[in-house]
Design a protein around this ligand. Structure first.
Ligand code: CA
Length: 221
């Protein structure tokens, strides 16, 4: 799952980026409102963490523009302490949740997980597909309740498919959601990751839909 973090405080930006990367998220960053607005216009993000006090264009304006342009990704805003009116105007402008600064990283991570699972139409922190389970709190897959050993890229591919269960996901989608903007992208590597995942999963969990992409299903359902 790919997240855009927008924050002009470099120290905090790096802290959030590192925490998210450790949890298996793909992270892009922006340090002002103009850059943030541009990035989410050209790249598909699963979620945005948006500071409201930003140079160039303030966060509230960026958020309103995205919503006016029908960019519907979940957005969590970072608001200043004791600023209840920021929360109200942020939520009314289309934010899905907020965290007040200063915050505990664990709280931010829990709120992001909640937004991502809601976006996937899922209420529980554990996603399941037959014998396969993803515990989003640990960023860990389980097969028949045994922890599944995956590389970083394999995890990112399978997590994206799990968040789009029973949907056909194209190679392009997967490429765009497992690599950040500054990483080398090669959609052929997707086939390699899928091949490796198939060896680690029971047969028929990852279906190839010819010409369209891949689909994660429970073959026993
Ligand atoms: Ca700020």
């Amino acid at each position: 799952m790919r997240v855009l973090v927008v924050e002009d405080d470099q120290h905090l930006l790096q802290q959030i980026k590192e925490a998210l990367s450790t949890q298996g998220y793909v992270v892009d960053t922006a340090v002002d409102g103009a850059q943030a607005h541009y990035m989410a216009s050209v790249e598909p993000f699963d979620l945005v963490v948006l500071d409201l006090g930003l140079p160039q264009i303030d966060g509230l304006t960026v958020l309103k523009r995205w919503r006016a342009e029908n960019r519907n990704m979940p957005v969590l805003i970072l608001t200043a302490r004791d600023s209840w009116h920021e929360k109200v105007s942020g939520m009314d402008a289309g934010a899905d949740d907020y965290v007040t600064k200063p915050f505990h990283m664990q709280e931010l991570l829990a709120r992001l997980r909640a937004l991502l699972r809601r976006a996937a139409g899922q209420a529980s922190a554990i996603f399941s597909c037959g014998r396969l389970m993803l515990d989003t709190r640990q960023s860990q897959f389980f097969l028949d309740h045994q922890a599944l050993n995956l590389t970083g890229h394999e995890y990112k591919v399978l997590a994206y498919l799990m968040h789009h269960l029973d949907e056909v996901v194209s190679r392009t989608d997967l490429t765009e959601h497992i690599y950040a903007q500054d990483q080398d992208r090669d959609s052929n590597t997707i086939d390699v990751f899928i091949g490796r995942l198939r060896k680690k999963l029971p047969a028929d969990y990852i279906q190839t839909v010819r010409g369209l992409g891949y689909k994660l299903i429970d073959p026993d359902a």
